[in-house]
Ligand binder design. Structure first.
Ligand SMILES: *Cc1c(COP(=O)(O)O)cnc(C)c1O
Length: 374
């Protein structure tokens, strides 16, 4: 059996080696390391793939979220609602911009932000909602967009874990996740579903004016060379990273398909176990892109299982072990423990199994059997 890894980027590289090596060579020969033709072309490729009017590449997913919020012109003290159960980047940029993060609970099945909790958290200061499509499954965008419309709020989708997923709206429309709200933000961190070989990110929007604003913000607030109209940042995707992403984008659907197949196999092998809850797919099959395959291990057995897996040499992840509202940086006296029943449970139950494009049947069987034996 091949060595089991949480992600296998080396194995994936074998399938795109020639193309990546050739385009790396070209970038080096052309010496257009920043904003070279590869970046421009990748931007267009991604616009086509996502069916979104504007893609603005940037340096990483955290920057993408920050720049999205800067683009909306939010002011210190404005409240931004986001999920309590996610990676800290989302809440970090809210706080960094001196906006007020308002963390709310998530749904027990999908781990995604709970629209009812959003409604309860809205105040006259609320300006935006940041749903995270956690582990690759879209949040309830129908409900979120409805709430946003009713209260005149912006929606920034954190699509870092869900690129390539579809969302089927109640009205029959199908869109790519990240292209539904006012702005989408994503990360090309190597282990993401579409990852480069370093850091990278992008912002998406269908709004021409917003796109123009954001293109200036990523480039020191410049709309005309050496004229700085707004306070911006320096955040760019470099040409070598764009070359990797161009090689991988045409394969994204098949990569996501491979993840899905592995997820189905895991769920088949683990079904019917009293203490194991396999991921719940709420929409159609093409909605979930399984950035993570995350189990809930109930009845207090998670940590013992984790120890067992460790002993058997099977890697796993606990995403995430602490609710954001309990992180030192984000504690806020306004929060009430009773408002976070789901997150407080999830942090004790979740366990993510190895999930990547190169998993084979033998590995999945071995991992599943090890869990069943336990
Ligand atoms: C990875 C990730 C980010 C941040 O992306 P970076 O490229 O690492 O800055 C933000 N939000 C979520 C949900 C993520 O998973």
């Amino acid at each position: 059996m091949k060595k089991i890894q949480m992600v296998d980027l080396k194995g994936q590289y074998e399938g795109i080696k020639d193309q990546v090596n050739t385009s790396f060579q070209e970038v080096i020969e052309n010496a257009a390391f920043i904003n070279g033709p590869e970046v421009q072309q990748f931007q267009k490729d991604l616009e086509d793939y996502l069916q979104v009017k504007h893609v603005i590449p940037c340096a990483n997913g955290t920057d993408a979220l920050q720049i999205a919020m800067m683009g909306l012109g939010l002011k210190p003290g404005d409240e931004v609602i986001t999920a309590d159960f996610t990676f800290a980047a989302t809440v970090e940029v809210i706080a960094l911009l001196q906006l007020t993060p308002v963390l709310v609970d998530v749904e027990p099945d999908t781990f995604n932000i709970d629209p009812e909790a959003i409604k309860k958290a809205i105040t006259p200061k609320t300006k935006a909602i940041v749903p995270v499509h956690l582990f690759g499954q879209p949040a309830n965008m129908d409900a979120i967009m409805e709430i946003a419309e009713e209260h005149n709020l912006y929606v920034i989708e954190d699509n870092a874990q869900a690129i390539g997923g579809n969302y089927h709206s109640k009205n029959g429309k199908t869109q790519k996740t990240g292209a539904i709200g006012h702005i989408g933000a994503t990360s090309f961190f190597p282990s993401k579903n579409l990852g480069c070989y370093g850091d990278g990110g992008a912002i998406f929007t269908n709004d021409d004016e917003m796109a123009h604003t954001i293109r200036g913000i990523v480039n020191h607030g410049m709309y005309e060379r050496y004229h700085h109209d707004v306070v911006g940042v320096n955040s760019r995707l470099d040409s070598l990273q764009a070359a990797v992403l161009r090689a991988k984008l045409p394969k994204l659907d098949s990569y996501n398909e491979a993840r899905k197949k592995s997820a189905v196999k895991y769920s088949e092998a683990l079904k019917g176990q009293e203490d194991v809850i396999t991921p719940v797919l709420l929409g159609k099959e093409d909605t979930h892109v399984y950035h993570q395959y995350t189990l809930k291990i109930i009845n207090g057995k998670r940590d013992a299982l984790a120890k067992h897996l460790q002993e058997k040499g099977i890697p796993f992840g606990i995403y995430y072990p602490i609710p954001l509202h309990k992180q030192k940086a984000y504690v806020d006296s306004r929060y009430n423990e009773a408002d976070f029943p789901v997150t407080n449970h999830l942090v004790q139950e979740v366990l993510s199994l190895p999930m990547h494009t190169e998993l084979d049947d033998e590995q999945i069987e071995y991992i599943s059997k090890t869990i069943l034996d336990f």
